[in-house]
Write a protein that binds this ligand. Structure first.
Ligand code: ATP
Length: 280
């Protein structure tokens, strides 16, 4: 029998200050990516130019297949085929760049290890045993899992597994946290709770966050700015998704999910994604 435990983060008193994170800027300069195709090459991304400020949360929004994950992977140094330049903290991205950490839609935990051990896997190499243990304790506390540190992934809910995965990414003390649809597989309520948790975590670590999402409301709730990617609809424009718009989201977080100003922006962004908001 699986003991399915669920707990909510929020009220725990943090025992130690968060490990210092140096949040880093991310600069995209004329970034593009093409993949080989039968008839030569297929351009997926082109002409991306944007600077993400240290500590900023940027949501990357776009239709399925437009290249969001490809762009994120390039920032993490998980894909070396892009053109142009991507700078992290002012210098070029390195392969599997240690200044970044990636969180995925599925938590990708080691099933035979405890939550504590799984988070420890994210620690930077060379960190002392005692310091590492303290950091992991702190992160588990931050994501509301201190009480469940000794459970294994199969014993916890999807939301808890996803929180463990977030703690593991943070264990690396990344200058840039890269999140690819991190809450996409969760039920609607857990998803909203995870969004609130991410805001808490961001307030405490101040790391730069690049968040790929399909969800306009999630982008409006979490981001300082939203990068909308898509094919330029003008006749004759070059193929490949590019910056359709970069929107600054008004208001302090946490934002009122029902605000009229956000509703207006939501309609605009859905329009940019080719969805008629009035039919939904
Ligand atoms: N290694 C690869 N080789 C060939 N084509 C690829 C490769 N990786 C990605 N692509 C193509 O690039 C395009 C963009 O893929 P990507 O996964 O970045 O899109 P996405 O916007 O993240 O999609 P989704 O929202 O559905 O996750 C897709 O058409 C995909 O098939």
């Amino acid at each position: 029998m699986t003991a399915l435990a669920e707990s909510l983060p929020g009220s725990s008193v943090l025992t130690a200050p968060p490990a210092p994170t140096t949040s880093l800027a991310v600069e995209f300069r004329d970034v593009g990516r093409s993949f080989p195709a039968i008839d030569g090459a297929r351009t997926v991304l082109r002409d991306i130019n944007l600077t993400v400020q240290p500590g900023e949360v940027l949501a990357i929004l776009g239709a399925s297949g437009c290249g969001k994950s490809t762009l994120l992977r390039a920032v993490g140094g998980l894909d070396s085929g892009s053109t142009g330049q991507i700078l992290v903290g002012g210098s070029a991205v390195r392969p599997y760049d240690p200044r970044t950490a990636v969180g995925f839609q599925e938590p990708r935990l080691m099933p035979w290890r405890t939550l504590h051990q799984n988070v420890s896997l994210g620690l930077p190499p060379g960190i002392g045993r005692a310091e590492g243990r303290e950091n992991v304790d702190h992160l588990l506390d931050l994501v509301g899992l201190a009480e469940h540190a000794d459970l294994r992934p199969r014993e916890v809910s999807g939301g808890m597994a996803q929180r463990t995965s977030l703690a593991r990414a943070l264990a690396r003390q990344p200058g840039v946290l890269l999140l690819d649809e991190p809450f996409g597989a969760l039920d609607a309520l857990t998803r909203l709770r995870m969004q609130d948790l991410l805001l808490d975590v961001h307030a405490k670590t101040a790391t730069t966050v690049l968040l790929v999402t399909h969800d306009v409301d999630e982008a409006l709730q979490l981001a300082d700015r939203i990068l909308l990617l898509g094919q330029d609809p003008a006749p004759g424009s070059a193929p490949g998704a590019t910056t359709r718009t970069v929107v600054t989201v008004p208001g302090e977080r946490p934002r009122d999910r029902g605000s009229a100003e956000l509703a207006h922006l939501r309609t605009e962004l859905l329009g940019g994604l080719g969805v008629d908001a009035h039919r939904h």
